[in-house]
Design a binder for this molecule. Structure first.
Ligand code: ADP
Length: 451
């Protein structure tokens, strides 16, 4: 087992990793930018190293600074969390070259899944159902039109290097298509430095359902059921739940089985998530994330399995000891991503948290790095924390979420807590009757009142 893990991240995920490491008896090293010198992950780690100024590219993304921090502290492993360098295959390789274990998948798998065209090709080969679309990158308008006509309009132009919902454009008619292609291309070029795009059938009312997997790199792999992340704004997840209100046990076992088999075939190592759109009983692969995800706690709550603990043990060379039949799904879990944003306009609201009272009680978990008196810096994403509830049934979880949100007090900044208070009282949400466009329709219709 490792002696010391360096956590190359910040915020709630840095704390999450720290907790798992401590429970395994492993020492921890926090790294921080000058904007984060008062951050909770720095206070709770055994050691800490300042790695640079506030801009992420000069600190949390600065590979030489991270390697130097490992060197100075003698860390033998590095956990990248999510975001930042977590899906950078070259970084994973560099860690290996410096005899630091990267707690994540093999670089080759990060690389394949980081290129969405390659990812789709691989998924198809492994027998995972995919969204109908172009075979590879689209190089010209004539080809695009031919593919679009064969799959049928509307179509979606997507960036091969895409992420965070950027570089995606819908074309409803042949006339829209060349504009959609050129805007998606220029957005992709600006955001990812790569203008390769591909075409997919645009699904009108799908749900976003993803399968959590764990593999040990030696051919053992299991799935841990699904998460339904259909509640989104601008392709960003807002609320996640497990199990999905839309799936039955057979559908879960079937798609989970297909995914776990695929992971065994490629000898996947670590935690990963295979993302699908789901419409009219069919699954369509969209991408795979080769890292721990923000919404992983809902899976932990219904399975009792600590995913970060498993990541660490697998990275240290342990075989996967959990068998598929040992994974028992119990009850229902829901997560709300509480952001430091205005709940109607979503304008960021960093600043000093003058009062912080998280909810508690049976089945309530708050993963947050915020404390009273802490000043949320404006330099990073606006996640204040995650509220996760667990109940024996979906109804119990919903009622628990409702009372937890009512208890949650964060003063001094604006947060999205009022948005969730409204959502849990909405009949569609209570009934689980929503697709990936539901939230935008709700907000456009003035669901949050005057802004
Ligand atoms: P990113 O990596 O940018 O997050 P994804 O491929 O994961 O991109 O897609 C993000 C979201 O965009 C999905 O959750 C879904 O809401 C929407 N989306 C992606 N592909 C399609 C599609 N073919 N049809 C309809 N919506 C889609």
């Amino acid at each position: 087992m490792f002696e010391k893990i360096l956590i190359a991240n910040r915020g709630e995920i840095a704390l999450r990793i720290l907790r798992a490491a401590k429970e395994l008896g492993i020492a921890t090293v926090a790294v921080y930018s000058t904007a984060d010198k008062n951050a909770m992950h720095v206070k709770l780690a055994d050691e800490s190293v300042c790695i640079g100024p506030p801009q992420a590219r000069d600190s949390y993304l600065h590979i030489p600074a991270l390697l130097a921090a490992c060197e100075i502290t003698g860390a033998d492993a590095l956990h990248p969390g999510y975001g930042f360098l977590s899906e950078n295959a070259r970084f994973a390789e560099i860690c290996g070259e410096h005899k630091i274990t990267f707690i994540g998948p093999k670089p080759e798998h990060i690389r394949i899944m980081g290129d969405k065209i390659e990812a789709k090709r691989t998924a198809k080969r492994l027998g995972i159902p995919c969204v109908p679309g172009s075979e590879g990158a689209i190089t010209n308008d004539v080809e695009a039109l031919r593919v679009a006509k064969s799959i049928g309009f509307p179509v979606l132009v997507k960036a091969a290097s895409g992420g965070g919902g950027r570089g995606m454009k819908v074309a409803r008619t042949a006339e829209d298509l060349s504009v959609a292609l050129s805007t998606a291309r220029s957005e992709a070029k600006a955001a990812f430095g790569d203008d390769a795009v591909y075409l997919e059938k645009y699904l009108e009312k799908p749900r976003h359902i993803e399968i959590q997997v764990l593999g040990d790199g030696g051919g053992r792999a299991i799935h841990l059921g699904e998460r339904d992340c259909s509640l989104q704004r601008r392709h960003q997840k807002i609320l996640e739940e497990s199990p999905s209100p839309a799936l039955n046990a057979k559908e879960r076992a079937d798609i989970g089985g297909i995914v776990a088999k695929a992971m065994r075939e490629i000898q996947y190592l670590g935690a990963g998530t295979v993302e699908f759109l789901y419409e009219k009983g069919e699954f369509y692969f969209i991408e795979m994330n080769t890292r721990i995800q923000v919404e992983h706690p809902v899976t932990e709550m219904i399975t009792g399995i600590d995913l970060v603990n498993e990541q660490i043990k697998i990275a240290a060379g342990s075989p996967l000891l959990i068998k598929q039949k040992d994974v028992i799904f119990s009850g229902h879990a829901i997560e709300c991503r509480v952001n430091a944003e205005n709940p109607s306009t979503f304008r960021p609201s960093p600043g000093k948290v003058t009062y912080f009272h998280p909810p508690g009680g049976l089945g309530v978990r708050v993963d947050s790095a915020v404390y009273q008196g802490y000043t949320i810096p404006p330099n990073y994403d606006s996640l204040v924390g995650k509220l996760i509830v667990h109940g024996r049934s979906r109804t119990e979880a919903m009622m628990r979420l409702r009372r937890s949100l009512d208890e949650f007090i964060v003063d001094g900044i604006e947060t999205t807590i009022p948005l969730f208070r409204t959502l849990v009282r909405n009949a569609d949400i209570q009934n689980g009757d929503y697709d990936i466009h539901w939230l935008e329709r709700f907000l456009d219709a003035g669901g949050m009142g005057e802004t």
